[in-house]
Design a protein around this ligand. Structure first.
Ligand code: PLP
Length: 453
């Protein structure tokens, strides 16, 4: 029989368990309980194979920025597939979708971030960044500058390069990671790690760890610092206000390249086109993916400033790096139309208007729940910290079965998708979410919190 949405859920689950190995999953445990099968999406809503209407508080994996079910993007993809389904951009050729998208990205990106190197995903783009910054320093005559400094609990992808840049201890434990010349400093997570310091003091202290690390390694050996403007997968951790200005100062002072991983924060999520604008930083390179195509097609890339681009491009040699799907025509055409929709529909203004004060007030209101310590929100990415003792900012253990897991399970059962990371619950809904949908999201979040208290 043909496998379609019309098969009963149990049959789909059995087939899924038999043949599909899931990412970031205890697959045997999932097989015992059966995956939830998602069949359709529209706006911020998903439907599952049992007909439940689920509000997706995570825009898929922080990516469906313009919402599900846009026919126009399907039409753009179909037209592009007919006209030119694929051609490479390696060997002295180019094509209109790749050109038009690069020009659009360069127009949107701040400063002199004028050049785009395409990848198929955020992980691949960060692999590109490792190669690119090392190549840059080679061409500059400083080949000893190899070290990239990142942060613990950062997420930069799941390839060997991306996972090495990332600071997820669970990932490092399984794969002989990180690869050489990548080191990690502490994250600016005040609620969890700030101790007796004020957020302002803590922001400075954690930023200065970058300076200490540079001095320890030797400034002439450090190639770059990479960070998410706001940590996403680590738990939507908004750094104290003092953090980024100090990081910027240190990068400037030591001549270190700054890479902003904008895979989540790019394309409107924080109320500006890029999180770097929201946080007031001037990166040399940005990593992009996810919202670039709103998840309608897999595509990522690096946006590169003039200096880094020119140095590498004018070295007189090939940059020996690229992917079959760098600048894939269908993905590029879809991404371009997605960016036009964000512009034409004023979606970034909508993010600002709906986030503040509407969502912000309700989100903050969650701290009245006995389980919720702090609530953080920038644009449409938010987090709450679950705590057994608000006064002491105490933390629940992060093992399976503890309150974060229970809370996620209760959300799931209440037809709300909200992720948990250790003791934090997070949201990043589609940017088109409406006030009445925010009400539903908050109502279901309260109910779920009540049920795991
Ligand atoms: N960088 C950041 C900040 C991310 O959040 C992610 C994915 O969640 C990645 C990189 C990796 O992107 P991908 O999963 O497309 O490889």
């Amino acid at each position: 029989t043909k496998i379609t949405n019309h098969l009963p859920t149990a049959e789909l689950q059995a087939l899924d368990a038999a043949h599909h190995m899931h990412p970031f999953t205890d697959d045997a445990a999932l097989a015992r309980k059966g995956a939830r099968i998602i069949t359709r999406g529209k706006g911020v809503w998903l439907t599952d194979s049992d007909g439940h209407e689920i509000i997706d508080g995570m825009a898929g994996l922080w990516c469906v920025n313009i919402g599900y079910g846009r026919r126009e993007l399907a039409e753009v993809a179909a037209r592009q597939m007919e006209e030119l389904c694929y051609y490479n951009t390696f060997f002295q050729t180019s094509h209109v979708p790749a050109i038009a998208l690069a020009a659009k990205i360069a127009q949107l990106a701040p400063g002199d971030l004028n050049h785009v190197f395409y990848a198929g995903s955020g992980s691949e783009a960060n692999d590109t960044n490792i190669r690119l910054v090392r190549r840059y320093w080679d061409v500059k005559g400083q080949p000893q500058r190899k070290v990239i400094i990142s942060r613990k609990n950062a997420y930069h992808g799941s390839t060997m390069g991306g996972a090495s840049l990332g600071g997820m201890s669970g990932m490092h434990a399984q794969g002989g990671l990180p690869i050489p010349d990548i080191v990690h400093i502490n994250q600016p997570y005040w609620w969890g790690e700030g101790g007796d310091m004020t957020p302002e003091e803590f922001g400075i202290a954690r930023a200065r760890e970058l300076e200490q690390k540079i001095q320890e390694i030797g400034a002439d050996r450090v190639a770059a610092f990479i960070a998410e403007p706001i940590q996403g997968a680590g738990g939507v951790i908004v750094p104290p206000e003092t953090y980024w200005p100090e990081i910027q100062r240190i990068c400037d002072e030591y001549g270190i390249l700054l890479i902003a991983d904008e895979v989540i924060t790019g394309f409107g999520r924080t109320g500006n086109w890029f999180g770097s604008q929201t946080m007031g930083i001037r990166p040399h390179i940005m990593t992009i993916a996810k919202g670039l195509s709103s998840g309608y097609a897999p595509i990522g890339g690096s946006i590169i400033c003039n200096e880094v681009y020119r140095t590498v491009a004018e070295s007189g040699e090939d940059f020996n790096h690229g992917y079959t799907y760098s600048g894939h025509p269908v993905a590029s055409a879809v991404a371009l139309r997605n960016l036009e929709i964000i512009e034409d529909e004023g979606i970034i203004d909508h993010v600002r208007n709906v986030a503040h004060p509407y969502l912000a007030e309700k989100w903050k209101g969650l701290t009245e729940h006995p389980l919720v310590g702090e609530a953080q929100l920038v644009g449409l990415m938010g987090s709450i910290a679950l705590t057994p003792d608000k006064e002491r900012r105490a933390r629940f253990a992060a093992e399976p079965g503890t309150v974060g897991y229970r809370c996620r399970e209760r959300c799931f059962a209440n037809d709300l998708i909200m992720r948990h990371v250790g003791d934090r619950m997070i949201i990043a809904p589609a940017l088109v979410i409406r006030p009445e949908e925010i009400d539903i999201l908050i109502e279901r979040a309260w109910k779920s919190l009540d049920e795991c208290y």
